[in-house]
Design a protein around this ligand. Structure first.
Ligand SMILES: *[C@@H]1O[C@H](CO)[C@@H](O)[C@H](O)[C@H]1NC(C)=O
Length: 319
C-alpha cells in the first residue's frame, strides 16, 4: 500500500547478521504505525515531552538544535535543562522552548521535572566541566531508576566512557556516538582498539558489552545494534557534514523513542522499539541533509536541515 517507502527501504536498509531480513523488512511502515494520530480530544503533552540535558556557557547551539528538532518532529513540549549562564541565550533563540537554568547545582528542581518527561536526551552542549558532568550523571541515575528512556550523545558519552556502569544493562537507552566517541567507548569497554574493517562486528560487540544498550554509530553509513541485530542505514544524504547534525538526530530520536516504546509489540511487529526508533531518526536526519543540500549546497547549515524536518518526515513516513 506504500510503494514509495518500500523502494526507499530497499536502497537504504540491510540487516545482519542472523535474522532473516523479513523481520524488519518494512521498517518505515513500523515507524508509520507508531506515529500518534492527531486527534481532537488529545491534550497538550501526550505526543511527547522531551527533556534535553545540556547547554553551558560555551555551547548553546547544540541543546537548541536538539530541542527544536524534537518539536518539529512532533513533540508537544521541549524542556532544556542547562547552566544558568546559558539559559537566557537559549531562550532568546526560540520561544518554542522551555528553558530551566538548573544544571549548575545538583538539584531537586530537575528531579521534580523528571516524572513529567517522556524521554531524556543527555549531552548536547553539556561541556566537560566536572561539576556539570557530575550533575548530569545523577540525572541519568534518577532517570534509569524511574525507567525513563534516555538518549545519550556528545559529552554525555564521555560520562559513559568514564563510568559505563551508569547505563550498562539499561536497555531503554540509546547511545549515539560518532567515530571518535565510538572508539573511546569501545576501548573503555573491550580494552582493545576498534577493528575498522568490521563495523558490523564492532557495533554488535560494543552493544553486548554495554548489556544490549542500543548503539548508533554515526558515519558515512550508520550502524545500529541492540546486541542482537545490526541495522545499517545508508539512506541518501549528501557529502556535506555540518556541525549540529548530530543534535538533530538526538532530538528526533528522543521523540521517536517515546512513540515506539509505549506503542506495544504488535505495532512494531515484535521488534525492539529502540532499534526501530534509531533507524527512523537516522533516516530522517539523512533525508533532511539531502533536501537541504539540494537547496543550499556547500553553504548548508544545521538550521537549513531543521527547516526540512516537516517535509522529510512526510516523505519518509507519511507518503
Ligand atoms: C544480549 O543479546 C544477545 C543476543 O540476543 C543475548 O545472547 C544476550 O544474552 C543479551 N544480553 C543481555 C545482557 O541481555
Amino acid at each position: 500500500a506504500r510503494p514509495a517507502s518500500d523502494n526507499v527501504l530497499e536502497r537504504s536498509f540491510s540487516l545482519r547478521p542472523t535474522r532473516p531480513a523479513k523481520d524488519m523488512e518494512n521498517i518505515f511502515q513500523l515507524i508509520w504505525n507508531v506515529i500518534p494520530p492527531l486527534a481532537p480530544r488529545k491534550h497538550k503533552g501526550q505526543d511527547g515531552k522531551i527533556g534535553i540535558i545540556g547547554g553551558c556557557q560555551e555551547y548553546t547551539g547544540a541543546p537548541y538544535f536538539a530541542a527544536i528538532s524534537a518539536r518539529k518532529v512532533g513533540a508537544d513540549l521541549s524542556h532544556v535543562f542547562c547552566t544558568k549562564d546559558a539559559a537566557t541565550v537559549i531562550k532568546s533563540y526560540s520561544p518554542e522552548l522551555i528553558v530551566h537554568p538548573v544544571l549548575d547545582q545538583p538539584n531537586a528542581l530537575l528531579e521534580k521535572w523528571l516524572p513529567r518527561l517522556h524521554t531524556l536526551v543527555v549531552g548536547p552542549g553539556l561541556g566537560r566541566a566536572d561539576s556539570i558532568l557530575e550533575n548530569a550523571k545523577s540525572v541519568i541515575e534518577k532517570a534509569t531508576s524511574k525507567g525513563i528512556p534516555i538518549v545519550i550523545d556528545a559529552d554525555g558519552l564521555l560520562l559513559v566512557a568514564q563510568e559505563p556502569a551508569i547505563i550498562q544493562g539499561y536497555q531503554r537507552a540509546v547511545l549515539t556516538p560518532n567515530f571518535m566517541e565510538f572508539s573511546r567507548l569501545y576501548e573503555a569497554m573491550l580494552t582493545e582498539p576498534v577493528d575498522s574493517s568490521d563495523q558490523h562486528g564492532s557495533v554488535l560487540r560494543l552493544s553486548q558489552a554495554m548489556g544490549n544498550v542500543t548503539i548508533v554509530q554515526k558515519g558515512e553509513r550508520d550502524f545500529i545494534s541492540d546486541g542482537d541485530k545490526v541495522l545499517v542505514c545508508t539512506h541518501e544524504g549528501s557529502n556535506r557534514r555540518c556541525g549540529g547534525q548530530g543534535d538533530l538526530l538526538a532530538g528526533s530520536l528522543g521523540v521517536l523513542v517515546h512513540w515506539a516504546f509505549p506503542a506495544g509489540p504488535e505495532k512494531i511487529n515484535g521488534q525492539n522499539p529502540f532499534l526501530v526508533a534509531a533507524f527512523g531518526a537516522c533516516s530522517l536526519t539523512r533525508q533532511c541533509n539531502h533536501q537541504a543540500f539540494q537547496k543550499h549546497g556547500r553553504s548548508m547549515t544545521t538550521g537549513d536541515m531543521i527547516a526540512e524536518v516537516g517535509t522529510a518526515f512526510n516523505k519518509l513516513f507519511e507518503t
